[in-house]
Design a protein around this ligand. Sequence first.
Ligand SMILES: O=C(CO)COP(=O)(O)O
Length: 126
Amino acid sequence: MKIALIAHDGKKADMVHFLSGFKDELLKEDIHLVATGTTGSHIARAGFEVQKLLSGPLGGDAQIAAMAAEKELDLVIFFRDPLDKHPHEPDVQMLMRICDVHNIPLATNPAAADMFFKYLTLLRKK
Ligand SMILES: O=C(CO)COP(=O)(O)O
């Protein structure tokens, strides 16, 4: 299972905190984490193994969108900061659109991501 992780600057601490709550599950061998560059650095520092792509503004969101379009991703967690401006907003919109085009589950805040992960954990226990 491949999970993409992205967080805007104002949400990176939330992402690390969120992932830490599911650490046992996420450290399992068949879970592969991929993230935009700076988000990935924060996640790696918290003790996770993660494939780091380019930073978001430099094309990281676009790389994740390409993976989604190729059906390489099972889930995208993207903690957006709705109170900040982003120079690469078109890439952000494109990534969300591609997830919808290909019916890839996309959580854009911790409450939704929590539901996804709890469901996933349940499914994997069966
Ligand atoms: O900008 C981002 C998402 O749009 C995230 O990129 P970084 O993880 O490199 O900060």
